[in-house]
Design a protein around this ligand. Structure first.
Ligand code: NDP
Length: 244
């Protein structure tokens, strides 16, 4: 058994989660690369981490399923002796005006974004070792409130509030709980279904005039995960180039 700290990153087979997993591995964490369905993508992230001298395993679990989440935490504890950090990154996004949104769309985003984050936060609150970290992913749309983002932004606003309350419930254990809220970031979730013109317009909403990258967001998570971020607790850090 090694003395590396152990991090579970949900939704780490692609996009921001993959960037976070790679960065945390570079910073010395053993990483559990969680995914929903894309096994090969998750294994590719693991292989990349191992090629760089890091330690990682892939772990399938649908975060909306509490039993599957508990089994993933069990497996991480069995393999590595404990868990020091959860990055609650898995999420989905569907965009429609509220008037045109159906029940299935609402239920699915609630199940994965909010219930999924809750399922993982609950296990982390019970199991993360003293001195650890819990980091949730929200969105800067909670601040800028764009049309069509109603359900998605509502799930993430709830995650921000739950995380801040959990930070207080962790009193006495030196475990910080924070939320990182990216702006538009170049991943499947953001790019799918958008025209190049719309992508360009959204990229220009911040004064740095570009999309974020998974590495931009991973840097913020790495700061909060490391010793320099230890005094930040119960906060939402927006990382969006100045959009809001
Ligand atoms: P991607 O769509 O690129 O990746 C989503 C990841 O989540 C994949 O690894 C996917 O696994 C996983 N996932 C999806 N559903 C589940 C589930 N039920 N259980 C477990 N894992 C699941 O998304 P992003 O990287 O863009 O987003 C990451 C987070 O950042 C999300 O919470 C998102 O809301 C947030 N965010 C993103 C922004 C952006 O502009 N991209 C802006 C603001 C916030 P698999 O590959 O197996 O499908």
């Amino acid at each position: 058994m090694s003395d590396r700290r152990v991090a579970i990153v949900t939704g780490a087979s692609r996009g921001i989660g993959a960037g976070i997993a790679e960065r945390l591995a570079k910073d010395g964490f053993t990483v559990i690369v969680n995914y929903a369905g894309r096994h090969q993508d998750a294994e590719a992230v693991v292989a990349g981490i191992e090629a760089g001298g890091g330690q990682a395993i892939a772990a399938q679990a649908d975060v909306s399923d509490p039993q599957a989440v508990a089994r993933m935490f069990d497996a991480a504890e069995a393999a590595f002796g404990g868990i020091d950090m959860l990055v609650n990154n898995a999420g989905i996004m569907a965009l429609k005006p509220i008037a045109d949104s159906d029940d299935a769309m609402f239920d699915r985003m609630m199940a994965i974004n909010l219930k999924g984050s809750f399922n993982c936060m609950r296990e982390a609150a019970r199991r993360v070792r003293d001195g650890g970290r819990i980091i949730n992913l929200s969105t800067s749309v909670v601040g800028i409130r764009l049309e069509t983002y109603g359900i998605y932004a509502a799930t993430k606003a709830a995650v921000e509030t739950m995380g801040a309350i959990l930070s207080k419930e962790m009193r006495g254990r030196s475990i910080t709980v924070n939320t990182v809220a990216p702006g538009p970031t170049a991943t499947d979730l953001f790019l799918d279904g958008k025209t190049p013109e719309l992508v360009e317009r959204l990229a220009k909403m911040n004064p740095l005039e570009r999309l974020g990258t998974p590495a931009d967001i991973a840097s913020v998570v790495a700061f909060l995960a490391g010793p320099d971020g230890g005094w930040i607790n119960g906060q939402v850090v927006r990382a969006n180039g100045g959009m809001v």
